[in-house]
Unconditional design. Structure first.
Length: 207
């Protein structure tokens, strides 16, 4: 086996809806996370709104420790570190399941009111294209504190018939809000107030 073949794996990924990737040679240190990203790019899916789960077509989760239950292969496992049951003669074939977790993304407006405000949609898809802004509340945010300028992904609240649901003021609501990126926190001001930047020692000296 030459050095090139020792460092590479022939990878094939089979998915639903006609999405396939490979077979092609990849580095053994390529992470599963990066394979998932390439699959989404190849399938023209927005990585912010979609997720991929990778499974081996025959080996069950209980047999291979790098499989993580319903989520499939762990993101930080490398292709070359997969068990020998998966790597047959330097080749591996995986199944991909692609799901859409969120339908929209956008920026939180500057006119934020403590725990609520509005989010401006970007990359408006075919889902409810007439809705450009939505009401957003801290209670619907998952794992982060809401601030103006944040870039978030979310779903549109719907009624039982699957139509966008508006409140009594006619505002549509963002739900299951997750953070994509956040602006840096403003630097704390120094030298404010009557002291004009003087230290406590300086004030004592002046007095």
């Amino acid at each position: 086996m030459d050095s090139d073949s020792a460092d590479t794996v022939t990878l094939s990924v089979l998915g639903f809806a006609g999405i396939t990737w490979g077979p092609m040679l990849v580095k053994r240190d390529l992470l599963v996370r990066d394979v998932k990203l390439r699959i989404l790019v190849h399938g023209r899916k927005d990585p912010d709104l979609h997720r991929v789960a990778l499974f081996h077509p025959t080996l069950g989760c209980e047999k291979v420790d790098c499989l993580n239950g319903p989520d499939g292969l762990k993101d930080y496992a490398s292709i070359g570190a997969l068990p020998k049951e998966m790597l047959l003669e330097g080749a591996v074939e995986l199944n991909a399941v692609i799901g859409k977790e969120h339908s929209c993304k956008g920026y939180v407006w500057e006119n934020f009111r403590g725990s609520w405000g509005f989010v401006k949609r970007v990359c408006i898809s075919e889902e409810h294209p007439s809705i450009e802004s939505l009401f957003i509340h801290q209670n619907d945010c998952i794992g982060f504190g809401l601030r103006p300028g944040m870039f978030v992904k979310f779903n549109i609240a719907e009624d039982k018939d699957g139509n966008p649901k508006a409140d009594e003021r006619g505002n549509f609501k963002a739900t299951t809000v997750c953070l994509i990126s956040s602006p840096p926190l403003p630097a704390k001001g120094r030298g404010k107030g009557k002291s004009k930047g003087k230290s406590k020692r300086d004030l004592v000296d002046v007095m």
